[in-house]
Write a new protein. Structure first.
Lengths: 146, 146
DNA sequence: TATTGTTATACTCTATAACTATA
DNA sequence: TATAGTTATAGAGTATAACAATA
């Protein structure tokens, strides 16, 4: 019977995580809504550091590399970033323009002032949460081989 | 300076939650892949209890009510569930057929045997995690008013 | 008039595959 | 030949709006 209970507990936890994840997305979207940039652009602009290949940005965003082409196009069209080839000329890195830096700061600021995600957890709680999530992420890493 | 750190910590936690949520979805999809039903049907079939209005099922699935029409169609086409009107005849309730019950059991079993989501957390850890997630979910509930 | 479910349609997001240019 | 990015296209998933039946 503990097995059934364990399963139910696991399901409830999974549901909570999924729910929380959706709220985190919504929270971010709300925070940047007034900035007049699509959410994915706002997410991306936080990752642009002038040295990360587009392929790696795709990885960090969790999307296909081909998709980043469109994002980079939009960033360039809006005058927020430029593509420059790296030493390996196949590679292109995104670098923020002046406007881009300004927007990056405003995005960060908006997310912050909109109330940080884990705002009401104290230090110990955040630490505990990070550890627990870490265990679960590590667990699924291993589990994926099966 | 602690503010910047707090923000970074919140962001990291948010990232972990989102990542974990994606893995939970993938985990579920893997678990039911061999059953030859679309993931959304598998998710739905776990919710069908013979008394929940379709509108409420939409809420639990987190999709638009109109979308549930298609899901219900598929469940009926596959002989897994039937629509029956409630006492309020505007309302329709999904009820599992015999096949549907069998599949519901197999879905639950598959998810379980595929390794429960929080498998490697002990009781105390699960309890702690539930509490922390509960705080965050409650927090964003309030926060959404702003 | 308000609500449930339905229908038809349109849209958003994202991956796939074939291509180019470098290496 | 293998890899980074690009292009064009296709598909999944989902919402929207107008509608019918019922309350």
């Amino acid at each position: 019977m503990t097995e059934a209970t364990d399963l139910a507990e696991s399901r409830e936890l999974a549901r909570m995580v999924v729910q929380l994840s959706e709220r985190a997305r919504a929270h971010f979207a709300d925070a940047v809504a007034h900035l007049d940039v699509p959410v994915l652009l706002a997410r991306t602009i936080l990752l642009v550091d002038g040295q990360t290949p587009m392929r790696d940005i795709a990885g960090e965003l969790g999307v296909d590399p081909s998709y980043v082409t469109g994002i980079a196009d939009q960033l360039e069209t809006r005058g927020l970033a430029t593509r420059t080839p790296g030493r390996d000329r196949r590679i292109k890195v995104l670098a923020l323009t002046e406007c881009g830096h300004a927007l990056q700061a405003r995005v960060a600021e908006s997310v912050e002032s909109h109330g940080a995600f884990a705002h009401r957890l104290d230090c110990d709680q955040k630490q505990a949460l990070r550890e627990l999530l870490g265990i679960l992420l590590a667990e699924t890493d291993e589990g994926e081989a099966s």
